[in-house]
Write a protein that binds this ligand. Structure first.
Ligand SMILES: *Cc1c(COP(=O)(O)O)cnc(C)c1O
Length: 417
């Protein structure tokens, strides 16, 4: 069970959100630190039977410096996929040894640069493994394997299946062992990240068995990293990963593995969505209510430039009219102001909308702001952190200067020097 008591005690109210939109304008992202904390506590509690548990927050979900700082304050390290995310982590005060670098398809030189900073490297391809091991035999490396397990039903967010570009196939472990022998490099961790939807715990445990089998090939591991893919509900009735059941089952199995292996190793996870999705609210204002012959559109002052998940993944974000929460419900299609189809929701029941009302999108913590762009030359919105009953602006909205600051304007009247 989620710690409902804590959530209720600190939960933001409609009124707080309305007030933030009045004070700071919209569109605007708001994140609640207490929800992140409740999720972090829930995860660590589910795995309390693991002597050495490591939670590395996946920076790409939401990478604001204050959020990284808060995650570290809660006890998390960071999971990063680019050198820039590593630099953000360091900037937020997270020490290099609490950061893991799990990129895909980045250059050898970027990996070397990150290793140089003292960050744990995770390599997911044989060619880079061999080159890195040859050049730096003394730097311990984690390997990302692909257990070829299909998690969830959405092929775009399942990264463990046979044609996936992620990880080293378990069928190629003999090649890994040859590279390790030839270079005498040290493999200190094995890792998998199977996809973004773990709903079937037996499927996950099956993948875990493959990771355990792989681990036995390496004599001196410090950690086993099970990645992430914890699913959170987006609307009432949605399925979510049963973390408590997973915790119970994996804990027993993991502790038995350590006994077998003859060493107590760290169990690591790297959740993004699970920790931040439900902490986020995206507030937009209704520019116009447009009645056509078949549909009533509510057009908000945003689009896929700010929140692309509904269009990219078909994500179903719950939307509420927080200016009129008690109003009579009607059906609306909520769309944006981008000059392209940008439908957030089709024929959704929402309490009666008037122009100027504030619509709140829920689950706006993970992969929302971090995927925002300047398409249509719009500014990326401000971000607010709600902490202990107060709203703190943790990123200002962009301004016109931000759109032009890196451009050099050619003058076509004279020859450029
Ligand atoms: C994106 C990513 C995660 C986080 O996934 P969520 O579904 O947000 O929990 C973890 N590990 C790796 C390697 C990733 O690329």
């Amino acid at each position: 069970m989620k710690n409902l008591h804590l959530l209720k005690l600190f939960a933001m109210h409609h009124q707080d959100l309305v007030q933030i939109s009045q004070e700071h304008g919209s569109p605007i992202y708001v994140y609640d630190t207490h929800v992140m904390q409740a999720q972090y506590d829930r995860l660590t509690k589910a795995f309390r039977g693991i002597p050495q548990l490591r939670i590395n927050y996946a920076v790409k979900a939401l990478s604001n410096l204050s959020v990284l700082k808060w995650m570290h304050h809660l006890g998390a390290g960071l999971d990063t996929v680019s050198i820039q995310e590593v630099q953000l982590g360091l900037e937020a005060g997270v020490p290099a040894h609490e950061i893991i670098f799990t990129p895909n398809g980045v250059s050898l030189s970027e990996i070397e640069e990150v290793a140089n900073l003292g960050v744990q490297i995770n390599i997911d391809n044989l060619s880079i493994l061999e080159q890195f091991g040859t050049a730096h035999p003394n730097v311990p490396v984690c390997i990302r394997i692909n257990p070829h397990i299909m998690a969830g039903g959405n092929a775009n967010i399942s990264v463990g299946h046979i044609d996936s570009k992620f990880g080293i196939s378990i069928h190629q472990i003999p090649l890994v062992l040859r590279i390790v022998e030839n270079t005498s490099m040290h493999i200190n961790g094995v890792h998998m990240h199977t996809g973004s939807d773990i709903l079937d715990i037996d499927v996950f445990l099956h993948a875990a068995e493959i990771l355990f089998d792989t681990a036995h090939h390496f004599t001196n591991l410090d950690f086993l990293d099970f990645g992430s893919g914890f699913k959170v509900p987006y609307k009432p009735g949605d399925n979510e990963t049963n973390i408590e059941e997973l915790g119970e089952k994996l804990t027993d199995r993991f502790n038995a593995f350590c006994k077998d292996y003859g060493k107590e190793v760290v169990l690591a996870f790297e959740p993004g969505k699970f920790l931040v999705s439900e902490s986020g609210y995206f507030l937009t204002s209704v520019n116009s209510v447009k009645q056509t012959t078949s549909t009533v559109f509510a057009q908000v002052n945003s689009g896929f430039n700010h929140l692309i998940r509904p269009m990219l993944y078909g994500a179903d974000h719950r939307i509420e009219n927080i200016s009129n929460p008690e109003g009579r419900e009607r059906f609306y299609s909520v769309v944006g102001y981008i000059c392209e189809t940008d439908t957030f929701a089709n024929n959704l029941k929402i309490s009666e909308i008037n122009e100027g009302d504030v619509l709140c999108f829920y689950n706006a913590g993970a992969y929302c702001f971090s995927m925002a762009s300047n398409y249509n030359s719009r500014y990326r919105p401000a971000e607010v952190l709600w902490h202990e009953g107060k709203a703190h602006v943790i990123r200002k909205a962009e301004r016109f200067e931000d759109l032009i600051q890196n451009q050099k304007v050619l003058s076509f009247d004279a020859v450029e020097v």
